[in-house]
Ligand binder design. Structure first.
Ligand code: NDP
Length: 337
């Protein structure tokens, strides 16, 4: 059983030295448990938080512990009444390893004949659900309003933008590089998409949002948020989903301190800004989400792009790349056929 452990806590951006690949015996399921073999493993930005012991909404991975992740797995052996060998499941506690033992906690059955099981990690799984709930529940987009989202071609941003289009909004994406921006407009149907690496992002954003911004779906923070702030309309909504621009930061950003400006804006524009953690806030809504999103994906109303990496041993490098924007689409690792 190959496992990838957290060898040490990163300072700044993670490096390969923070991870260690080890070989251990395949674990044996006890009473009420089952043995799962990972087929597709998910790499997500939140894992950077688990590598750190700073205070957060979830406990960190201990140094020497198996890195955490969700994976699409096959049930290999089962002492659990609800599962039989050959079942396909989504396990949110699988970890970066070939095999794991589970008592069924945070495990969901998938359709064995699902055309693309890896979609359970993206558009039909945690990130897609995040984009959908954050946008609809907190963002509350109305037809004709302007919605802005960064990390626009990733699984969260792509769902936010495409669902906002289905709701009749003017959608402006922000992404890293011309290729990602062209994809957001030509394939995902965004009205515009801007490259955050361009120095004149703020001017370009003002041009792309002539009626201001009603919903800013916050995925990144940093200079993107600086560009968004002056364009926020009265009663704008900001679902605060992620702040990936600062996950590797070791110190506060250079001044001036924008806090007074932000507080004044929240007050004078009566802005609603709300953070959320998907399964903490919205777990019970997951079946309703699937009911609406599954046909959208099947009918091509919501398009899907995956960035597929092969081999558990390549997960650390792929994860390091995710934090630098090297992925193009939902990053998944194929572990077994
Ligand atoms: P993505 O697949 O979109 O990958 C992250 C992307 O972030 C990169 O590809 C890159 O895209 C972009 N990025 C990285 N650094 C910067 C930067 N400095 N400035 C601007 N963009 C940057 O990830 P997900 O769709 O899985 O996640 C998107 C966000 O949602 C993350 O912040 C994540 O933490 C958050 N999240 C929150 C959840 C919750 O429950 N609150 C649940 C799931 C995700 P590009 O090259 O386009 O810049």
């Amino acid at each position: 059983n190959r496992q990838i452990l957290l060898a040490s806590r990163p300072v700044g951006a993670p490096t390969p030295a923070n991870f260690q690949l080890v070989e251990t015996p395949i674990p044996q399921p006890g009473p009420g448990q089952m043995l799962l073999r990972a087929k597709w493993m998910s790499l997500d930005p939140y894992m950077r938080g688990r590598m750190s012991d700073a205070k957060s909404y979830a406990d960190p991975v201990p140094v020497g512990g198996v890195m955490t992740c969700g994976a699409v797995c096959e049930v290999m052996q089962s002492n659990h009444d609800g599962y039989a060998p050959g079942d396909l499941v989504m396990s949110y506690t699988a970890g970066w390893q070939d095999y794991s033992v589970s008592d069924g906690t945070m495990v969901f059955k998938l359709d064995k004949h699902m055309a693309e099981p890896s979609q359970a990690l993206g558009v039909l799984g945690m990130p897609g659900f995040t984009g959908y709930m954050g946008l609809l529940d907190i963002g509350q987009p109305k037809s004709g309003e302007t919605v802005v989202v960064a990390a626009a071609t990733g699984p969260v941003g792509a769902v936010v933008g495409q669902v906002a289009k289905l709701k009749g909004c003017h959608v402006v994406g922000i992404a890293g590089g011309a290729e990602k921006c062209a994809y957001a407009v030509n394939e995902l149907g965004f009205d515009a998409c801007l490259d955050h690496k361009q120095a004149d992002l703020a001017e370009q954003l003002a041009k792309a949002c002539p009626k201001g911004i009603d919903v800013y779906f916050e995925n990144v923070g940093g200079k993107v948020f600086d560009a968004v702030m002056p364009l926020l309309n009265a009663h704008a909504r900001i679902p605060v989903c992620g702040l990936i621009a600062q996950y590797n930061a070791t110190e506060l950003p250079a001044g001036p301190d924008r806090m007074p400006q932000l507080m004044r804006l929240i007050l004078s524009q009566r802005i609603r800004m709300q953070g959320f953690i998907i399964f903490d806030n919205y777990g019970p809504y997951y079946p309703d989400f699937l009911k609406e999103m599954t046909p959208w994906v099947a009918e091509g109303k919501v398009k899907v792009k995956e960035d597929r990496v092969t081999g558990l041993e390549n997960a650390p490098q792929a994860f390091i790349g995710l934090l630098e924007g090297k992925n193009f689409g939902k990053l998944v690792v194929q572990i077994a056929d």
